[in-house]
Design a protein around this ligand. Structure first.
Ligand code: ZN
Length: 86
């Protein structure tokens, strides 16, 4: 269990939050557009990548630290320890 990050604005502990990274409407639009492209044979080449991009967008999560007191949010990155030179 990681220690909570302290908010730089108001010194309250921040909470871990994870939610969808992309707008679900946009992702749905890509999937529906891709299905239509495939159905009408206008573009297998266009439609399949559109569906894949849409599915990726639906699945992608965003990890944030959120301060409940002042609504500050910080994006969380996991850096590989190899890249730190250890
Ligand atoms: Zn705060």
């Amino acid at each position: 269990m990681a220690k909570p990050i302290i908010c730089t604005h108001c010194n309250s502990p921040m909470q871990e939050y994870s939610g969808p990274r992309y707008n679900r409407k946009v992702a749905g639009f890509f999937i529906i557009g891709g299905i239509f492209a495939v159905l009408f044979w206008v573009g297998m080449v266009l439609g399949i990548p559109l569906i894949l991009v849409g599915l990726y967008m639906l699945g992608a999560k965003r990890e944030l630290w959120v301060c409940k007191d002042c609504n500050t949010a910080v994006e969380r990155f996991n850096i590989d320890s190899e890249k730190l030179g250890k």
